[in-house]
Design a protein. Sequence first.
Length: 283
Amino acid sequence: MKSAALPLAAVLAAGITIAGASFLSAQDAAKGADPVIARVDGTEIRESDLALAEDDIGSGLQPSPPEVRRETLLTYLIDVTIIAKAAEAQKLAQTPGFERRAAFARQKVLMEALLDKESKGAANEAAMKKIYDDSVAQNKPVEEVRARHILVETEEKAKEVLAKLKAGSDFAVLAKAESKDTGSADGGDLGYFAKEQMVPEFSEAAFKLEKGALSEPVKTQFGWHIIKLEDKRNKPIPEYEQVKGQIESYVARRAQTELVGKLREAAKVERVGQKPTDTQQKK
């Protein structure tokens, strides 16, 4: 009966996402921040290579302890190095198509590097705090209520339950005994909800009640309800730190999207052999 409610920061998501790898500076490497962790016939594998392997295959790995995951990634890097050396020995780098694939891979890494740089530059504390403050300022207060209910099959049964409640029966105890709702184990507690989160008949009855009051039997598509209002409030706005990660993602995506848009506008693109679309003709 209750629909999923979106938090305030859920509206702060738009645009495209292109993951970028972390690039370790030469200065950091010189300081020993990127130590050698393995060698394959003299070829070094460094700590930063583990991050690249994580980007490459991490999403497909089964959950495992950190040390097991690290060993899996290192084994992958070692195998890649061994097989690449064997391919070099067979001069596969000189076969038709290899150079184009290598050039494409280089372009993709460069793209990721630029988008990563752009998103990191945009996601500064001042920009993120401003988005949060603007969102809070534009956010209208949303009234919520907290209610319990007992759900039964018939109006007659609902009236019988209401009579017991008016005679002094404990609502939570009676909900556990009489309600057919899945939340009966919690004494019929529905938590806090906004008006649009419930079916109209239920919300209309619940939001009219005063704190502590019981409703008359209410009919919905699920059956007959007796509602007890526990509390009313305006929905709390999440603190900045609670939504900072979501705002950071939004700012990064927006920066990437804007960059891609500007670069597209500036670039001369010719689709050879294709009939131009209306959009392309206007440009």
